[in-house]
Ligand binder design. Structure first.
Ligand code: R2B
Ligand code: URA
Length: 310
């Protein structure tokens, strides 16, 4: 589409160090990244932040702290580092999110849904800005419900739809509804598929549209929540409508994540594994959950290694 090609163009021409979209920050001499518990004591001289985080090129995010710890250890092994100790949680003092650093990679937990993720995303964007990270890539790996694809399929998000089935993200700002585009850059999707997929993995990896909702139950058309006021038939109609829009998976962050990163003009991608096929049911009870959750690690690991060669 027109706006996504403009987005790609913007990524090509912009400077490598990310520019934030907030002129109020220019007037702040200090900045406390509250939920990360990282103190920027002098915003005009951030050499301390640069020495700790300036080498970061990949910001990997995912829902839980245990999965992010696992991912950090996985990446460490890929880098050939022999170490069996647990990496330290750099945001422990914040008591909200966990962050592990392995060379040019940080792995950060974001909780469930856009509201918790957006808090840490704002602070991570400020962090890479203060640290003057070069050409950083933000990636989310996660789980999701699939629509008409076999459980265990890895989906790389193209366009992110919200729960209103619109390819945009909608939020309340100053008491008004603000709507922003929500697309991931094609170049990132292309690279993830090119480097991340292998024929002999035994699972499918596809790029497709994703719906990000604010509610796991009613928002995703489930009939197993504490409240449900629609019929099973209404639900199936809704899922069919999603499918017709090219949506192959449902999670709870894609539209926010796409819109915030698109607004800033930073590279981003969303890689999720489907735990179930929603056309077959609502309950998430797959015995293969652990096995499935490892699949995005494989894809991401290959992508990172390939990019680091360049
Ligand atoms: C997928 O899984 C979580 C809900 O179970 C949520 O964070 C998401 O997007
Ligand atoms: N995460 C979601 O948001 N939905 C699902 O169905 C499974 C995981």
């Amino acid at each position: 589409s027109h706006s996504s090609s403009r987005h790609v163009q913007l990524l090509r021409t912009m400077s490598q160090i990310i520019q934030l979209k907030n002129h109020h920050l220019d007037g702040m001499s200090t900045d406390f990244l509250y939920h990360l518990a990282i103190n920027v004591v002098d915003t005009k001289d951030t050499r301390d932040i640069q020495s700790q985080f300036g080498d970061v090129r990949f910001i990997l995010t995912g829902g839980t702290s245990t999965r992010m710890l696992e991912l950090a250890k996985y990446v460490r092994k890929l880098f050939g580092v022999e170490d069996t100790s647990d990496p330290v949680d750099l945001c422990k003092k914040g008591h909200r999110y966990a962050m592990y650093k392995v060379g040019p990679v940080i792995c950060v937990s974001h909780g469930v849904g856009s509201s918790t993720f957006s808090v840490v995303l704002h602070e991570l964007l400020k962090l890479v800005h203060y640290a003057k990270c070069k050409d950083p890539v933000f990636l989310r790996i996660g789980t999701c419900g699939g629509i008409g694809v076999p459980p265990g399929t890895v989906v790389v998000t193209k366009n992110a739809f919200n729960g209103l089935l619109r390819n945009e993200h909608e939020i309340a700002i100053l008491g008004e509804r603000v709507v922003r585009p929500a697309q991931f850059p094609e170049s990132v999707i292309k690279d993830i598929l090119a480097y991340g997929a292998r024929d002999d993995d035994g699972f499918q990896i596809i790029s497709a549209n994703t719906m990000g909702t604010d509610c796991f139950y009613e928002g995703q058309g489930r009939t197993d929540g504490a409240i449900c006021e629609y019929s099973a038939e209404d639900k199936m109609k809704f899922l069919q409508k999603c499918h017709d829009l090219g949506i192959r998976n449902i999670e709870m962050e894609a539209s926010m994540f796409a819109s915030v990163t698109q607004k800033i003009g930073v590279k981003a991608g969303d890689i999720c594994v489907t735990l179930l096929n929603r056309l077959d049911g609502d309950q998430v009870d797959s015995e293969k959950k652990e096995e499935y959750e490892h699949r995005p690690f494989l894809v991401l690991g290959r992508y990172i290694q390939e990019l680091l060669k360049k």
